[in-house]
Structures are given as structure tokens and as C-alpha cells.
Design a protein around this ligand. Structure first.
Ligand SMILES: O=C(O)CCC(=O)C(=O)O
Ligand SMILES: [Fe+2]
Length: 221
């Protein structure tokens, strides 16, 4: 079913992906690593550079991140997610002719938080909302085939913002349908094509927004 909706609209969603107990554990792991300061500005957001650049890049992308492989001792729930996600990708690959002949490799898992309005230290504007501007994950053959997202935001309501807005497109990036807002709900799994078929943006998050992003790569590209 996931493969079918990928074919049809470029993305697919599975709710209740891990079940409440594991989802809860993953949520705790993310909150913990955020609260102890293990999530950092990504390189794109100017992690290595001066404060001004840091803020201007954070306007492009307002999250803090930590890459893990799921075997760290504070990442046991995340490791379970990684394994289930890998299994799903294998199934999807079997059902998608365009991926059938490819060797697909997973990158590390990117644990992210858009701190929203909750934190003065929010990189995205000293306490304001955080977003990620419109982009494609693979605009220039960087190897990414599929982007997997997993959300763990309990009690999410529209006022919290942080929806992922997808603009279904053809191979050239030209829109072929209306934009779709995916709410970053607790225990929701989302898979989409990383290339120009799925330009997307993260809308202003006004409350802390936790997610895990995993990219699946073509070994050849
Ligand atoms: O967190 C999300 O919903 C998407 C993040 C994203 O687009 C990215 O990291 O490339
Ligand atoms: Fe993205």
C-alpha cells in the first residue's frame, strides 16, 4: 500500500508505525538528547561558522540535529525504528520498478528538533518559530532515493505548526497537484521520493517538534 501511494502521489504515510510503547520510548530518547544539548545546528545551518551566518542560515533551516546509527546506548528505541524502517524499504523496493535493480544503502539517522517558541536558544530566531524553506533532498544527484520521516509529537494541534508541506511534482520539479500538509503526529511514518518529485518545506513550528529523518541512497549514484 505504501508503494502504491508512492507511485501515485510521490509519498506515503503509515500511522501507528511502531506502536505506542516503542513510540513513547523513541520520543523520550529524542527529548533527552535535546535537553542534554546533544543536538546541534546542522552544517547547513552554519554550525562551523560565525554568529551572523549562523542566524542567516538558521532562517533557511531552524532545527538542531544529532546523527546516530541506532546502536548508541541511549538510542535503543531508535534502533528498533531503524530496523523496521529498513524492512519497509526492502518491501517498497521490491514493488517499485524504478528501484528494483538498485543497491540501496541507509545513512545514519538524523534526530531533529525544531525548538519552536519554547526555547530562547532556538537557532531560528532567538525564541521564535522555526522552519525549513522549500527544497528537494536530492536536487543534484547526491544519491538520495527515498526520505523516511518519523514523528513523535504528542498532543500536536494545528496551532503548533511544523507541518511538512509537500508539492507533488513531475521529474522536472513542476507541480502536478495541490500542496499537501503532513502533520508531524505521534508515531507517524512518512516516506517520499528524495528527488524533484517531492519539493517540500517545514512550516513554522511554534512548539518543539521532534522527528527522525533517514535517507536511503543508491550505491551507484
Ligand atoms: O522534518 C521534516 O518533516 C522534514 C525535514 C527535511 O525536509 C529535511 O531534513 O530535509
Ligand atoms: Fe528535506
Amino acid at each position: 500500500q505504501l508503494a502504491e501511494s508512492l507511485k501515485k502521489q510521490g509519498y506515503g504515510i503509515i500511522d501507528g508505525f511502531m506502536g505506542v510503547d516503542v513510540a513513547e520510548r523513541i520520543r523520550e530518547e529524542l527529548l533527552h538528547m535535546h535537553h542534554v544539548g546533544e543536538m546541534k545546528l546542522s552544517e547547513l545551518a552554519g554550525g562551523r561558522t560565525g554568529d551572523n551566518l549562523r542566524y542567516s542560515m538558521a532562517e533557511v533551516r531552524g532545527d538542531v540535529v544529532r546523527f546516530v546509527n541506532g546502536t548508541e546506548k541511549d538510542c535503543q528505541g531508535i534502533g528498533i525504528l531503524r530496523d523496521l524502517s529498513d524492512q519497509v524499504i526492502i518491501r517498497v523496493q521490491e514493488k517499485l520498478p524504478e528501484l528494483a535493480g538498485e543497491v540501496i544503502q541507509r545513512g545514519n539517522l538524523m534526530c531533529t528538533c525544531y525548538p519552536g517558541g519554547a526555547s530562547k536558544a532556538a537557532p531560528c530566531g532567538r525564541g521564535g518559530p522555526c522552519r525549513y524553506v522549500l527544497h528537494c533532498d536530492n536536487p543534484d544527484k547526491n544519491g538520495r532515493r527515498l526520505t523516511a520521516l518519523y514523528y513523535v509529537n504528542k498532543g500536536w494541534v494545528p496551532e503548533h505548526g511544523g507541518q511538512l508541506r509537500i508539492y507533488p511534482s513531475d521529474e522536472t520539479g513542476r507541480a502536478v497537484g495541490d500542496a499537501v500538509d503532513v502533520d508531524p503526529l505521534f508515531d507517524r511514518f512518512l516516506l517520499f521520493f528524495s528527488d524533484k518529485r517531492c519539493p517540500h518545506e517545514v512550516m513554522d513550528a511554534r512548539a518543539p517538534r521532534y522527528a527522525i529523518t533517514t535517507w536511503y541512497y543508491s550505491a551507484e549514484e
